[in-house]
Design a protein around this ligand. Structure first.
Ligand SMILES: [Zn+2]
Length: 484
């Protein structure tokens, strides 16, 4: 596959069922340093409707001090004078934990806090083994906060919990929202060259390069003039769209009536999607799983012109890229210097629009990768007819930020001569189709439509998803999202 390689990174879900008010389980922990904070900092979103004071830990969790009495049990923290003012969105980036241990008494027992009123709570011993707790919640011990004798004794004690799954979500925040705020921050090299695409009428076939097996009198999307493979005596060009006209199209793309047979189906309306269509894609897919309250808010910034090439990202050719620090820092700093406020977003995609095929520049972009709530990708400004591969890549990488793993493997385990193949069954959208192959759609997190059994080494084994219309959110991914 000639795609930019993708990478997988995810931190697994936290107490999945309990966060069902979130449509995605966007509950990976953040790094305090991302917010200029460190372990042990006391914080408050002063000026907001929630003036509560929290302390954060190095794992990206916070605990609430229920009231001033409890806060004053910890004089060494410096009192209210030492509390750092943070924004409500920074406060919310740290997941509130209600797990405590009396470290002063060297008590190994972990307790869960049940809120019983505005400023009152009850502690319950979580009577389960440490091993079972980690099975139930891999991040269990990262969420445990030390308390002292005074605080421990302040609480009433309730009946034991027998499982991690009995712990209530401990948070005062009663506002639950299912709106996921996605920031797409775009960058371009200097003197960027955008490709374009024509909507055109075929008037002659002889001596013409026909990308779509065309017939005279039919309408097609055809490659634009920058790619210079279509002569104007073959086509009447009706409309021309530059890459950005489509990629950042506020109407979510451009649809045209065309005559073209793709994948055995006659399509009459062909849409080149824009990044804004990703909202519709996810909301429509969520509905298939009965999730009707997902709202994605997409905000595009840029494109901003870069003074220098980005560093190379992950490693090529190993199937799993890793976001390296120089790549992530490069884009985060570039964004900040443009006034982008990261705290406005739940997830952010940093998109480099690369033009090496058109400009001849030597820098070809970097390996796409995702880490936590951020993803970084190269999208080429070369847009072929009928394809919106860049939008597919973007939707895929955002999928990682929403908690999904990859459902392709590279190289193909069944046949290492193949670059990659679909994971069966996770990457097969229509497992009950008869015959099973060819599949007509691809799982977004596999990025591949399987035409034959994975690894069968037949010509046309699989093809990349080249238009978001061919992609679906498959069952295994829906589970990771918490959609089912
Ligand atoms: Zn991936």
């Amino acid at each position: 596959m000639n795609k930019v390689f993708n990478t997988r990174y995810l931190v697994h879900l936290v107490l999945a069922g309990l966060f069902s008010f979130l449509v995605f389980n966007l509950t990976y922990a953040v790094r305090p340093s991302d917010y200029d904070l460190k372990e042990g900092d006391t914080t408050s979103a002063s000026g907001s409707d929630d003036p509560d004071v929290y302390i954060i830990n190095e794992h990206g969790y916070k605990r609430l001090f229920l009231n001033p009495v409890i806060f004053n049990f910890y004089g060494h923290l410096g009192g209210f004078a030492k509390v750092k003012a943070i924004s409500p969105s920074t406060r919310d980036a740290f997941i509130t934990s209600g797990l405590f241990r009396n470290c002063e008494a060297n008590d190994e027992k972990v307790y869960g806090l049940e809120s019983t009123g505005e400023d009152t709570s009850i502690l319950h011993w979580i009577n389960t083994t440490g091993a079972q707790a980690v099975i139930d919640d891999p991040n269990f011990f990262k969420k445990v906060f030390c308390i002292n004798n005074n605080e421990f004794n302040w609480y009433l004690k309730g009946s034991d919990y027998n499982s991690v799954n009995q712990i209530p979500v401990y948070s005062r925040d009663t506002t639950s929202t299912s709106t996921v705020r996605v920031g797409i921050i775009e960058f371009v090299p200097q003197n960027v060259v955008y490709g374009d695409v024509h909507y055109a009428y075929l008037k002659k076939t002889s001596g013409c390069w026909l990308s779509s097996g065309g017939e005279i009198g039919n309408y097609y999307w055809v490659s634009g003039s920058n790619q210079s493979i279509h002569s104007s005596d073959c086509y009447d060009i009706l409309e021309t769209y530059s890459f950005l006209d489509i990629f950042n199209n506020l109407s979510k793309g451009i649809s045209k009536n065309v005559q073209r047979t793709i994948y055995g189906e006659e399509d009459t309306m062909e849409t080149l999607h824009s990044v804004y269509y990703i909202k519709d894609f996810y909301e429509k897919e969520a509905l298939k799983y009965g999730v009707s309250d997902l709202a994605i808010d997409i905000d595009v910034k840029g494109p901003y012109m870069l003074a220098s090439d980005p560093p190379l990202g992950g490693r090529w050719g190993v199937g799993e890229g890793v976001c390296n620090a120089s790549l992530t820092e490069f884009f985060v700093n570039e964004a900040i210097s443009r006034g982008v406020d990261e705290s406005q977003y739940d997830v952010i995609a940093y998109v480099y629009l690369g033009d090496w095929q058109l400009s001849g520049r030597s820098y070809e972009g970097f390996t796409s990768c995702a880490t936590g709530s951020k993803s970084f990708m190269t999208v080429t400004t070369w847009r072929l007819p009928q394809e919106d591969e860049g939008v597919v890549t973007l939707a895929h990488e955002l999928g990682h930020s929403f908690g999904a793993s990859d459902y392709y493997t590279s190289p193909c385990p069944q046949n290492p001569t193949l670059w990659s193949c679909v994971k069966d069954p996770e990457g097969i959208p229509e497992p009950n189709k008869i015959p099973k192959y060819p599949q007509t759609k691809g799982c977004l997190m596999a990025q591949i439509i399987a035409y034959n059994k994975p690894g069968s080494d037949e010509a046309g084994d699989a093809t990349s998803i080249s238009n978001l219309n061919q992609a679906v959110i498959c069952d295994a991914t829906a589970r990771e999202f918490g959609w089912r």
